[in-house]
Each structure stands twice: as C-alpha cells, then as structure tokens.
Design a protein around this ligand. Structure first.
Ligand SMILES: [Zn+2]
Length: 296
C-alpha cells in the first residue's frame, strides 16, 4: 500500500478501498473515505510519513470498508468527520447497519467487521454543492442508489471520487451483481455519471478506469440484467426469499449467511423499483407476501 500522486494536491492510497488524500499547504490533509478498520494503522503510517495530520475525513457512505478507519484518525489526529445527513446515523451507530439488513435486532452472524465499522462521531453533515475546508473548495455530489445518502466528492484539482456508485469491470466479471439500497436512484446516478464528463474519476474499488463510459455501460447492463432475471422469475407470485435464492443460483453468486442478507436487500431494492414502475405488484396470500410480474 502506498501514496500515489494523481494531480495537484490530490493523491490516493491504494488499499483494498482506495482512499483519496488531499494535501493542504499547512501540514494537514483531508481523506476521502478512511478504508476498512484493519487497514487504518497502515494508512495512518503512510500519512504520517508525509509529516501531515488528517484534519478531516469525508465519507462517501457508511459501509465498513469506507468509514472503518474514522475512529483511528479521530483518536490519533482528532480528525473531523463529514458525511451526508442520512449516512451520519449509520456511522455514529453502526448497529443500525445490520438492523437495516435484518429489520430487527440482528443475529450474531451479522455483527461482523464487514458490516459494522467501529463507531465514530460525525461532526458535520454535508449537502450537495461546494464545501470549503481549510480554504480548499471541494464539491459534493449526490450519488444515491448503492447506499442511503451516498455522495461523490470532487477535490479542488477536479479529481472526482465516486465511491461505490460504480464498480469496475474486473469486479463485475467475477461478481455480476450490484449491491443496492435503491435501484431507481442508482439508475439515475448512472445516467448522471454518463452525462457528466469526468477527466479524473476514481472508483473506490478499482481506481481510475481507462474507459469511464464502458464502465458506466457495464454497470447499467448488470442492473438491467438483475431486473430482467427477477421479472422472468415472477411470472407467478414468489416470495422475496424465493426470488433471492433464484438470483443467487442464476448468477452463481458466492453465498454465506452474512452475504445472504446483503443480496436479499439488493433484490428487495429491485422489487420496490419494479413495483414503483408498475412492472410488478406485491400481494398477501396464504400468510406470505408475494411479488408477481404485471402483464403489460
Ligand atoms: Zn459500499
């Protein structure tokens, strides 16, 4: 893992999550995401080798591999954490994340470091638009869909950190599935990314893609494919569990208990979207809630 220069004062640390670094002129820096908790010590060492302290962290979203290092920097550098208003409670109270997946007090299996980051305090909730930090003008963009309140951050050098709103081609080839909170908003986010020209776009998993348009297109195709697979299966009424099992089998997705809840949440996001678009409906029958395709 090392600090790589992108342009101007903008750098990236190439851990399992790419952490954006913006160096100010006063021996402080800003991080865009803080990586997973188990890489925080190494990231801090790389930062400290530059003889700088982390003044602030902006989290693109609340997943553990994006805000897991917040606590380390709050304790060691007294860093301020900024996050979107919907993302902030999830960072401050990480138990909300497995609760959201399970819809009640979660079983122990969901109390794991991939789902629950160490808790940290959010000092500033931020909204789309310009954000001045230590004299530098950053720009916050709404990139909803992957997670509630997901944002993208452009540094004063024009480098845009897109978080998990886009997955790189190599990930999609191995895992042809998008983790979603909201399929409709993700569709809008992908359209927005397509219409905006990003000279320097960075993905949290995969870094700078050679061909941004191709990556956006691949993400759109994967999402469309998920929706089509579900629609083809619900010609008769099916439960969410049946649909999730079918999608896992059809796409040959890796599967364990923890993964199951993440996959089911994404399938649920697709079902809400299909109902919203009047392509499917849900109904109660035989003590079950079922989803069925609407005949067009
Ligand atoms: Zn994520």
């Amino acid at each position: 893992m090392k600090l790589n220069h992108i342009c101007g004062q903008t750098y990236v640390i190439d851990g399992s999550t790419q952490v954006g670094v913006y160096l100010f002129h006063d021996d402080t820096c800003l991080l865009i995401d803080s990586g997973p908790a188990d890489e925080a010590g190494q990231i801090r060492q790389i930062i400290e080798e530059q003889k700088v302290k982390v003044r602030a962290i902006i989290n693109t979203h609340y997943h553990a591999d994006h805000c897991g290092g917040n606590r380390e920097f709050q304790l060691q550098h007294q860093s301020l954490v900024c996050a979107s208003a919907p993302g902030a409670p999830m960072i401050e109270h990480p138990i909300l994340q497995p609760i959201a997946l399970y819809s009640a007090c979660p079983p122990k299996i969901l109390h794991n470091r991939y789902i629950m980051p160490p808790e940290s305090k959010v000092h500033n909730t931020i909204s789309p638009g310009p954000l001045i930090i230590n004299g530098g003008e950053f720009r916050i963009e709404e990139l909803e869909g992957h997670a509630l309140g997901h944002i993208g951050i452009e540094t004063p050098d024009g480098v845009f950190f897109a978080g998990d709103s886009l997955l790189p081609l190599q990930v999609l080839q191995e895992f042809p599935f998008l983790y979603l909170h909201d399929a409709g908003r993700q569709t809008e986010t992908l359209e927005w990314l397509k219409n905006r020209k990003h000279q320097q776009l960075y993905l949290a998993h995969g870094g700078h893609p050679d061909d941004v348009e191709k990556v956006i297109q691949a993400n759109q195709t994967i999402l469309e494919n998920m929706l089509q697979i579900i629609l083809a299966f619900i010609t008769e009424g099916r439960t969410r569990e049946d649909i999730t099992a079918y999608v896992i089998e059809k796409l040959r997705l890796p599967f364990n208990q923890s993964q199951y809840y993440l996959l089911m949440a994404s399938v649920s996001a697709c079902l809400s979207y299909l109902c919203l678009k009047k392509m499917a409906r849900s109904f109660a029958v035989d003590h079950l809630i079922k989803f069925q395709r609407k005949s067009s």
